[in-house]
Design a protein around this ligand. Structure first.
Ligand code: RNT
Ligand code: ZN
Length: 428
């Protein structure tokens, strides 16, 4: 039974008032809902299993400086459990989605297949699932959690054999990404993130970066063509666990690399200095780059990958994108992993917060703000920006959920509880 405030009539009534209030400020809420529902949000598969992957477990492997902490019961232990969890997640989320896979979620029927030998056949179950769900797939080579990543260096390694192994992995993944794109008739965003770096002051900061350029060039050269099918992106970061002093693939490195090689830069909200604004980067980068990949995440004092919530950085990011009319130029992907709470709820909270931020950006009274600015009325701009914060956007969001055929407000929690009792509790 819906509570009074979440019944259809109550949501409709609240929405009518909200629509009128926004209309007074020049904002069309119906159009904002339609646009917000249409933005594809790529769900990362790795929240379902705490970034463990489906390869046979190997003890003592370094995770590349990323780590899911917590021991909440119910972690998905195989591909089928992941897919059935994601089925429920998709039911509880309004709007268009994609699934973002990592290469170490290959399913090889118990046969060990090393990463340089992966083929589309090893992802047949994921592809079938995506077809049935009617969603596109994105992809990532997995350059971590592997004996050949144990030194802390992969594509930038001084060891020619190690480097070649990871180049072959990157190329194999590009073939898989193209296969996904063709089969699903939708370009596959293919993001390269490597853990390479040093805990403490390396004597050579030059060699690894020179080798990384060479290795990435070698990957991008194979297979040839098909840029419209496999959209390569590169993700830099500030530091990782074990790479506190030196990250080979830093921001400067990848911004220059992506611009010169015509690939897409990826900005992860957790990969910057704490006072740096990612929102402010968008209008700078989009002067030069046609597209950006965004990883929505939430750093808690460090790159902790907490579940995304509707916090100021996420709001500012999508506000800025909407103001620049650039929603069509960004790929939105989630990137967080929390093993300390129900993982289905983690997905729903993070994905809903991301789409709420998109909606809020579209509800921004930009026209009025620009007019105030143009008239030299800074006080009016500021007053209207403040007013925007207390506008009844929650009623617009609830209507978005109804139009997106999903539970409004927090009513989805009941589905999560039922699933926890019926399904997750049996995973021991
Ligand atoms: C790591 C990067 C990267 C990963 C995923 C698993 O700091 O954010 O995107 O989280 O590839
Ligand atoms: Zn990321």
């Amino acid at each position: 039974m819906p509570s009074p405030s979440t019944s259809r009539p109550a949501i409709s009534a609240a929405y009518q008032l909200a629509r009128a209030a926004y209309a007074e400020r020049g904002v069309d809420t119906d159009a904002a809902i339609r646009r917000a529902l249409a933005v594809p949000v790529s769900l990362h598969c790795w929240q379902a299993d705490d970034v463990r992957g489906l390869e046979a477990p190997r003890d003592g492997l370094d995770s590349g400086g990323i780590m899911a902490t917590g021991g909440y019961p119910g972690r998905a232990r195989n591909g089928d459990e992941m897919r059935s969890d994601l089925d429920l997640v998709l039911k509880l989320l309004p709007g268009r989605h994609r699934l973002n896979l990592h290469a170490f979620y290959a399913e090889t029927n118990g046969k060990p297949v090393d990463r340089d030998a992966l083929t589309p056949a090893h992802f047949a179950r994921w592809l079938d699932w995506a077809k049935a769900a009617g969603i596109g797939l994105d992809f990532n080579p997995t350059y971590f959690a592997h004996p050949k990543a144990a030194s802390g260096y992969t594509l930038s390694s001084a060891d020619r054999g190690v480097r070649q192994f990871w180049i072959d992995h990157g190329r194999a993944c590009r073939r898989i990404a193209r296969h996904f794109a063709r089969e699903l008739d939708s370009p596959c965003v293919h993001n390269h993130w490597i853990p390479d770096g040093a805990k403490d002051q390396p004597v050579d900061r030059w060699g690894p970066r020179a080798r990384l350029v060479e290795s990435l060039d070698a990957i991008l050269a194979e297979p040839k063509g098909g840029q419209d099918l496999c959209v390569d992106a590169v993700e830099g970061k500030l530091f990782g666990l074990g790479s506190e002093d030196y990250v080979v693939g830093s921001q400067e490195f990848y911004l220059s690399y992506s611009l010169s090689r015509k690939v897409v830069p990826c900005l992860d909200l957790g990969h910057y200095h704490p006072t740096e604004s990612v929102a402010d980067k968008v209008s700078a980068l989009l002067q030069f780059h046609p597209r950006l990949l965004l990883h929505t995440s939430r750093p808690m004092r460090w790159d902790s990958d907490h579940v995304v919530i509707l916090d100021d950085p996420v709001r500012a990011l999508f506000n800025e994108i909407a103001r620049g009319n650039a929603l069509g130029r960004v790929f939105v992907a989630l990137d967080f992993f929390d093993a300390s709470i129900n993982r289905i709820a983690a997905y729903v909270i993070g994905a809903r917060a991301t789409r709420q931020a998109i909606l809020l950006g579209l509800l921004d009274p930009t026209k009025l703000l620009r007019a105030a600015d143009a008239a030299g009325h800074g006080h009016e701009r500021l007053a209207r920006m403040e007013q925007a914060k207390s506008m009844p956007w929650g009623a617009v969001w609830d209507m978005l959920c109804i139009r997106g055929d999903t539970p409004p407000a927090e009513t989805w929690l009941a589905n999560v509880t039922r699933h926890e009792i019926k399904v997750l509790a049996k995973r021991t």
